[in-house]
Design a protein around this ligand. Sequence first.
Ligand SMILES: Cc1cc2nc3c(=O)[nH]c(=O)nc-3n(C[C@H](O)[C@H](O)[C@H](O)COP(=O)(O)OP(=O)(O)OC[C@H]3O[C@@H](n4cnc5c(N)ncnc54)[C@H](O)[C@@H]3O)c2cc1C
Length: 391
Amino acid sequence: MHISIIGGGPAGLYFSILAKKNFPEWDIQVYERNGPNDTFGWGVVFSDRTLQYLEEYDKPSHDEITKEFETWENVEVVHDDEHILIGGNKFSGISRLKMLNILQARCEEIGVNIEYHKEIKDLDHDPTKPDLIIVCDGVNSTIRRNYPSYFEPELSSRSNKYIWFGTNKIFNALTLTFRQNATGIFAAHSYKFNKTTSTFVVECDPETWENAGFASMSEDETRLYLEKVFEKDLGGNPLLSNRSLWINFLLVKNKYWVHENIVIMGDAAHTAHFSIGSGTKLALEDAIALFNEFRRGQALPDPDEATFRPYIAEILKSYEANRRPKIEEYQQFAYDSLLLFENLKDYIHLDPLEMAYTMMTRSKKLTHEKLRGRDPQFVHKIEELRRNSLL
Ligand SMILES: Cc1cc2nc3c(=O)[nH]c(=O)nc-3n(C[C@H](O)[C@H](O)[C@H](O)COP(=O)(O)OP(=O)(O)OC[C@H]3O[C@@H](n4cnc5c(N)ncnc54)[C@H](O)[C@@H]3O)c2cc1C
C-alpha cells in the first residue's frame, strides 16, 4: 500500500507513526511545505486524557513528549485585579516545535519518508498513484480550496481579532486575564510550556481593535501597546514575537471528509476555537481514529486486486461515520466558548468570582456539579456569593 500524506503537522505525522509501526510493509510519504524547524507558534495544551491515548498508541513518542512537558492543576481568572484560582484542572503544555521535532524523529526512526520544502497544490502530485491520500494541510488547506466539490467546505471567519505571542513570564496555571482601557476590552489566554516560556494569546473585539488603531501599527508597535495593556500581568517581561500578526479565527467545517480514496483530517477538516485548547488534541485523535479503522478492518486485499480501492473507500467512510459525531460535539462546546469571548462586553461588569464561574462553565461541558467535583471550595464560594446577593 502506498500512502501520500499532505502536511506534516500533528495529524499527518501521528497517523504516519501509527500506520508504519503496525503495517511496516506500507510505503508512507509525507509532504511538508516547510522545513523541520520552521513552524510558527509557541506552546500547545494537552489534557490528561490525550496523554493517556499517546501512551497507549506510541509509548516512545509519548515518553519523549512528557519529558518536555510542563504541567499545572489550576485555571486562574484575573479580573478587576483579583486573581481567582480554580483547582482540579490538570493540563500540560509543550512547545509546538518541540512536539513536531519529536514526531518527525520518530517517523524517521521507523521508516516514514518526509519530504520537506515540498508544497502540494493538487491531488495528482504523486506519480506513483497512491492508494490512499490524506489531506492534513492545516486550517488554510490549499487542497480543500482547490477541490471544493470533494469536501464542500463551510468556512466562517469570526469577528474577534487575536494574536499569538510568547513571554518569559511563567504562568503556572491556564490563565485568563481581562483588562480594559479607553479603547475597549482585551482578553489574554496564557500558560507555561517549558521552564522559561509561556504562550500569551491576546484577543479583542473588532471595535476595540479599530479604536486602538492596530490597523496602522507595525508589529513592534502592536507588541509594545499590548505590553502596556497587560503591564500588571507580565511582571516587566516583554512579549516575544514570532511572526505575530492579528488574525481572525476561521471556523472550518466540511460537508464531506471523504472522496473515493482521499480523506481530509485535522484542522483542514474542522477547527475548534483556541479558547478550549483542543486543536492539537483533535488532530492527534483523528489520526488515532483513522488508524483504528485500518487496524479493525479485515486483512487488506492485494493492492493489485480490483476490490482494493473500493475497500479503502469503505474504511474511510467508516472513519467519517464514527468520528464526525465526536468532532461535532467538540465544535459545539468550542462554539459556546467562542461566543462568550466575542461578547465579552456583556460579561465584563461581573464580579470577579462570577466572571471566573462564567469562564469555567462557558462551554456547557462543565456543569455546576462537575465543577463542584473539581473544586468544591470554589463552588461553595460562588454559592455563598449568590445567597448573599439575594439577602
Ligand atoms: C492561537 C492559537 C492557539 C492554539 N492553542 C492550542 C492549544 O493550546 N492546544 C492545542 O491543542 N492546539 C492549539 N492550537 C491549534 C493547533 O495548533 C492546531 O489545531 C493543530 O496543530 C492542528 O494540527 P494539523 O496537523 O491538523 O494541522 P497543522 O498543525 O496546521 O499542520 C499542517 C501542516 O501542513 C503543512 N502544509 C500546509 N499547506 C501545505 C501544502 N500545500 N503542502 C504541503 N504542506 C502543507 C503546514 O506547513 C503544516 O506543517 C492553537 C492554534 C492557534 C492559532
